[in-house]
Every structure is written in C-alpha cells, then in structure tokens.
Design a protein around this ligand. Structure first.
Ligand code: NAD
Length: 489
C-alpha cells in the first residue's frame, strides 16, 4: 500500500495537466501496471474487497471537514448539503455493498432448460478488469467515489478522472486515493479534455462515464475502437407532471428542494413543470411559500449559507442567458433573479408563459430556473414528453392511481418518483440510470456491482443428450433433430 500522504507526495496531477508525450507515457505506464494487478485481483475475496471499502468509508468520515472545505471552495456548497448529497450517498453505498457483497459474488445457479437436461449451469460475476471512471463536477465526490465503491466491490482496478471544474475536490480525492491504495490498483489522474481523451484512447475493460449526453457520445465512440463496454450516466431535461389531485403543499416543498438544491445543478433536478390549469395558481402560491420556508425571503437569500452557487462564470453566463432569452421572448418571471456576477449568485426563479421556442425549453437548464407550463388534457404533456429524448427522471404528483399508471405506462424515463423528487437516487435496491439519450446501463447497489462485473455463464456437462445432435446427419440423428424441433414448436 502507498504510504505517501497528500502533503508529502509529489502531485501526479501536476505531471499530467499539460499533456505532452511524457505525460501520455506516464498514463500508459499506470495503465499497464493496473493491467497486471487486475489479473491478480480476479481471485480477490469478499473479505479483501470489504476491507478496502471499509478503509475508504472510514477515511471519508474522518476527513469530512476537508470534504466540506473542498466543496465550499469549488462552489460554495453548504456543509449540510455536502453531508447529505456528497458523503451520505457514498458511505451508504459502501455500507450496502459491504453487507451484501458475499451474496452478490456467489455464482448464480441456473436450472436447465428442457434442451439442456443433463447439464448444470451457473452465472459467475467476474471483475471486468481495468476500469476508467470519468466524473462530472456537479456532485464531484459522490459521482466519483460512488462508482468507485461498486468498482472495488466487483474486484477491479480503477483509473478515476474527476472533473477539472471542481479542482479542490479533485485534489482532495487524489490525496485520499493515494493514502488508501497502491497506484497499480486505484489511481486518480487529474486533467481536462486532453487527459480524458488520452485515457479514452486506451483499451480499458470498462468505462463508467457520468456527464452530458454530448460528451457521452464522444466516450462511446472512443470505446467502440476497442469494443470496451460502457456505462453512461447522462443528463437531459427531466419533466414534472402535477395533476389536479396532487397535495400541493407536499408537491411544492419537494419540487422546490429538488429544483434549487445544489443551485439546480443536479442531473435529476426537476427541469420543467406541467401543472393542471385548475391548480396552477395554487401551485405557484405553494411554491412561493415553500421557497420562503426552505431558503428565506428573496431579499436575504444571497446571504443564506444554505443556498449554493453556480460552479463557474461560463455556467453563470449560460444560465443567465437561458433566463434572458425566455424573458425576451415573452416569459413572465415570477420571482426576482438578482444577478450577482461576482459570486455567481442566481436567486430561485419561477417562470410562466414560456414560449415553445425558448431555449430554456430545449436545453438542460442545470440552474435555479423553473419553467411552469399548464395543461388541461393530460394527452398534451404526454405527447410533448414523448416527442423529446427520453429523460433521466420523470416526476409525477397525483393522488389518482389511474393517472399515475397512465403517465408511467405511456412514457419512458430512466427513473420515476411519485409524489417525491430525486429520492430514487438514494434507494440502494433500485437501478439508477438513464435510457438512450439520458444514459446506458445502471449504477447503485447490486446494479452497480453488476455494471463493473462480467456475467460469465459456465455450463458443466453431466449426462446431456448433446451427442444425439452430432453429425453425420442421417438416420436416427436426422429424425431426432426434426423431432426436437417439432416437439418444441
Ligand atoms: P461534461 O460531459 O462536460 O464532463 C464530464 C467529464 O467529461 C469531465 O470529467 C470532463 O473533463 C470530461 N470531458 C468533457 N469534455 C470532454 C471531451 N470532449 N472528451 C472527453 N472527455 C471530456 O459534464 P459536466 O458539465 O461535468 O456535468 C454536467 C452533465 O452531467 C449534465 O448533463 C448532467 O445532467 C450530467 N450528469 C449526469 C448524472 C447522472 O448520474 N446521470 C449525474 C451528474 C451529472
């Protein structure tokens, strides 16, 4: 195990920031070292993997003040939000994996189908090998160490490339990993697009990417060169439907939290809301109340330490641009957005009367803006949702079971919450992932373990009838094959 700590080790990241030939050779060297180690890890036991998870979990707990500080430096993320959305999901994931790993690793016995009478079969979960995890900036710790937990549980080596947009978190994660793991088992390589692309050029056994659909396509193309398997956790516009039967207070509270937590920079944030026309005004009033309850009055909100900031100037300008474009096209801004470019503050904004061609209805918002659209006939929002790429999440607020069922069965989405927002992310027994444009494959719990495992079928011969199918295809053999086809047809 590496004994170097963050303070006494030379920064590996510094070597790979500006990617020259030496840096590419350095990446190649780490990759080759991991290839060898991955072979040794094939036979690692549940106890060995659990011990690694325990060390990671413990370090995160002991150094949580450092995690708070790094998240604050990167985007003024409040400490409690860091606990709830960066640390808790990872330690929860590790806890769940540690308790379940022995069961997950057990070969899965399969009963023979009729034709396979006389054989035994099992599915074994073997480590994929050398894995690459590329993560985004919006939940920098959670979305790096969360998949790392699954990769460790499944017995892999990992190169982790965190986002360059949250450098304090990336540096901290690098120091944690150095403290806990050998470089040839798990390593953090920092850098931006160049580094990411240098890594993507290597023949990894699996790539787990979290980020935008646009970059997801680049990742998948790079993976195709080596036929590397991928898990793509992407984003997009997650719609909300508020039926007239919904409990508006509960709806408003959970939606306001879902939309404005992390300043709206959440992949599964409710992006835009369809509310039934009969309850639109009451819904807006309930949202105003919920805003005050959660974040205080608008004029004091900028000083509220519970309200996060936009990550950088580029994203600040992007979000302001979406708002300005909508307002210029006639949208009504219900709450004031006090711009404060100096600390990238944008107050929570609700918008109505947003025209269809506004950019805010086309691009993923990823900021604290909530367009509210109304409907009379449910068919209209369903058709609009189905006309767009399949979303990562779809939220339904209704007390009417038939309406809920109608919406679920007539749409497709990565995941759905009914009368709640975003909570499905934390449910360790459910798959978390998108569908098509919002992602490929799943993560979390057993699904995360399986994402980082190859499911290998192993058949053992006992007394099967396979010999009856062998050539020459004459006489009895010919008759028997025809008989088998007819029998099963
Ligand atoms: P991004 O796609 O810009 O970047 C993600 C990672 O890819 C970063 O590490 C970055 O360095 C790297 N990257 C960027 N451009 C690249 C390129 N051309 N080639 C190779 N690598 C490249 O995403 P982001 O801005 O960091 O995060 C926001 C996006 O991520 C949103 O779309 C959001 O919905 C999505 N997201 C999805 C989930 C999920 O679980 N499904 C979670 C969080 C964020």
């Amino acid at each position: 195990m590496t004994t170097a700590t963050s303070s006494d080790a030379p920064s590996r990241s510094a070597a790979i920031q500006e990617l020259g030939d030496t840096d590419k050779r350095e990446i190649q060297r780490v990759f080759e070292a991991q290839r060898l180690r991955a072979l040794a890890l094939r036979t690692s036991t549940a106890a060995e993997r659990i011990e690694k998870l325990q060390r990671l979990r413990q370090l995160m707990f002991e150094r949580r003040k450092d995690i708070h500080a790094a998240c604050f430096t990167d985007f003024a993320k409040p400490a409690s939000e860091v606990e709830a959305t960066e640390i808790l999901p990872v330690v929860g994931e590790a806890h769940h994996a540690m308790r379940s790993l022995k069961r997950w690793m057990k070969p899965d016995r399969k009963r023979p189908t009729l034709l396979m009478f006389g054989t035994t079969a099992e599915v074994r979960y073997e480590p994929r090998g050398v894995c690459l995890i590329i993560s985004p900036w919006n939940y920098p710790i959670n979305l790096s160490f969360g998949p790392l937990v699954s990769a460790i549980a499944a017995g892999n080596t990992v190169i982790l490339k965190p986002s360059e947009l949250t450098p304090a978190c990336a540096k901290l994660m690098e120091s944690f990993v150095r403290e806990l793991f050998d470089e040839d088992e798990i390593t953090v390589i920092q850098g931006a697009v160049d580094t990411s692309q240098a890594l993507l050029a290597l023949p990894f056994d699996h790539i787990f990417f979290t980020g935008s659909p646009a970059v997801g396509k680049i990742v998948m193309q790079a993976a195709a060169a080596h036929l590397t398997s991928v898990t793509l956790e992407l984003g997009g516009k997650s719609p909300v439907i508020v039926d007239k039967s919904a409990n508006l207070k509960q709806t408003a509270t959970t939606l306001v939290w879902g939309k404005f937590a992390n300043n709206g920079q959440t992949c599964i944030a409710p992006d835009y809301v369809y509310v039934h026309a009969d309850v639109k005004e009451d819904f807006i009033a309930a949202c105003r109340e919920a805003l005050v309850k959660l974040y205080g009055h608008a004029d004091a909100m900028q000083d509220n330490a519970d309200y996060c900031r936009i990550v950088n100037d580029k994203h600040y300008q992007r979000v302001r641009g979406l708002l300005d474009d909508a307002v210029e096209r006639g949208a009504k801004q219900l709450t004031a957005a006090t711009p404060a470019n100096d600390d990238r503050y944008i107050a929570p904004v609700m918008l109505t009367d947003v025209p269809d061609d506004a950019r805010i209805l086309e691009e993923e918002i990823f900021g604290p803006l909530m367009p509210i659209l109304s409907y009379i006939d449910l068919a209209a929002p369903l058709a609009a949702i189905n006309a767009r790429p399949k979303p990562l999440a779809l939220y339904i607020y209704s007390k009417d079971k038939e309406v809920v069922e109608q919406i679920i069965s007539q749409t497709s989405a990565g995941g759905t919450c009914v009368n709640q927002a975003m909570l499905h992310f934390l449910h360790g027994q459910m798959p978390f992932g998108g569908v098509n444009n919002s992602g490929i494959g799943n993560s979390h719990g057993h699904y995360g373990f399986k994402a980082f495992s190859h499911e290998r079928g192993v058949l053992r011969e006992k007394f099967s009838l396979a010999f009856l199918f062998l050539p020459p295809y004459k006489g009895f053999t010919k008759w028997f094959i025809r008989f088998a086809v007819r029998w099963l047809s």
